[in-house]
Design a protein around this ligand. Structure first.
Ligand SMILES: Nc1nc(=O)c2c([nH]1)NC[C@@H]1CN(c3ccc(C(=O)N[C@@H](CCC(=O)O)C(=O)O)cc3)CN21
Ligand SMILES: CC(C)C(=O)C(=O)O
Ligand SMILES: [Mg+2]
Length: 271
């Protein structure tokens, strides 16, 4: 199907214009073509093939076992049904340890149909971000809670809570933008810090547990459909509550992100 029919494809310029005009950007994860088609029909602008597929598809307890080949496979599945959404694929754990490896990994994801790749980390990834962007790979950075570092951090914990940690994260976000990152995901940080970083950058920020003042929002699809096992993180809202179909739930998510109803204060973290 590709771009042969349907709505005009969402581009990075369109996403930047939305950020500049204050129109909220919607993002959800997807890993297969059925859900890709559904997200396209529901008005979701950006689809993330997250390495969260390690959890929700493969049943692992972390994202670290996920490989580039696996993300590429799911990106192909999503891209086949994509009509116009902007596709971002996660560079998985240990697939961007040096610039050459990062370009190799990113190329595999771009060939699979990604429009942009996402990597975890801040100023310590500057060389990687620069190397990719100079070679025409669009990059989304990811700051705050970094799931690929779970075995270093000793668990999934809110980040940027102290004054020092917050100002360090702001510096890292600015460094990522200066290195050429065109978007940034902010995960599990105080809402006030999400707002500060968003106001300090000219590229869009996409929040997950980062407050309502980011340029857009993302959730893992299975989480917002209420079908992930276990107790969901605080930033998750079950959009199946009060909706009779998956399509209605996804459309409600789009409406609530656009209007600023989601996330509410109860889905965020205090400083
Ligand atoms: N299904 C799924 N959803 C996700 O959001 C997700 C994944 N998988 N896999 C990769 C990472 C892991 N993520 C997580 C996992 C747990 C928490 C969590 O338990 N957070 C606590 C905060 C703990 C604290 O207060 O420091 C919470 O209550 O939200 C957060 C993000 C986000 N990502
Ligand atoms: C939770 C989002 C931001 C992600 O990185 C993923 O799904 O892997
Ligand atoms: Mg991820």
């Amino acid at each position: 199907m590709g771009y042969l029919q349907g709505e005009k494809p969402i581009t990075i310029s369109k996403l930047h214009a939305m950020h500049a005009e204050g129109e909220k950007i919607t993002m959800l994860t997807a890993y297969d073509s059925t859900m890709s088609a559904l997200l396209n029909r529901s008005g979701v602008e950006t689809i993330l093939i997250g390495d969260s597929l390690g959890n929700v598809i493969q049943g692992h307890s972390s994202t670290t076992p996920v490989t580039v080949k696996q993300v590429a496979y799911h990106t192909e599945c999503v891209a086949r049904a994509n009509t116009h959404a902007f596709i971002i694929a996660d560079l998985p754990f240990a697939s961007y340890g040096n610039p050459v490896q990062a370009l190799d990994s990113a190329a595999e994801l771009m060939r699979a149909g990604a429009d942009m790749v996402k990597l975890e980390g801040g100023d310590w990834q500057i060389d990687i971000i620069q190397y990719l962007v100079e070679r025409s790979v669009p990059v989304c950075a990811h700051l705050g809670l970094l799931p690929q570092s779970v075995h270093i951090l000793g668990g999934y914990k809110v980040q940027g809570k102290s004054k020092d940690a917050a100002s360090l994260m702001l510096e890292q976000a600015i460094a990522c933008e200066q290195a050429g990152a065109q978007m940034i995901v902010l995960e599990a940080i105080p809402s006030s810090l999400g707002k500060l970083i968003t106001e300090s950058l000219s590229i869009p920020t996409i929040g997950i547990g980062a407050g309502v003042n980011c340029s857009g929002q993302v959730l893992v699809l299975q989480d917002m459909l209420g079908i992930s096992p276990g107790k969901p993180p605080k930033f998750v809202k079950n959009f199946m509550d009060g909706h009779a179909s998956i399509e209605a739930a996804i459309k409600a998510y789009v409406r609530e992100v656009k209007s600023g109803k989601f996330p509410g204060p109860e889905h965020g973290f205090a400083g």
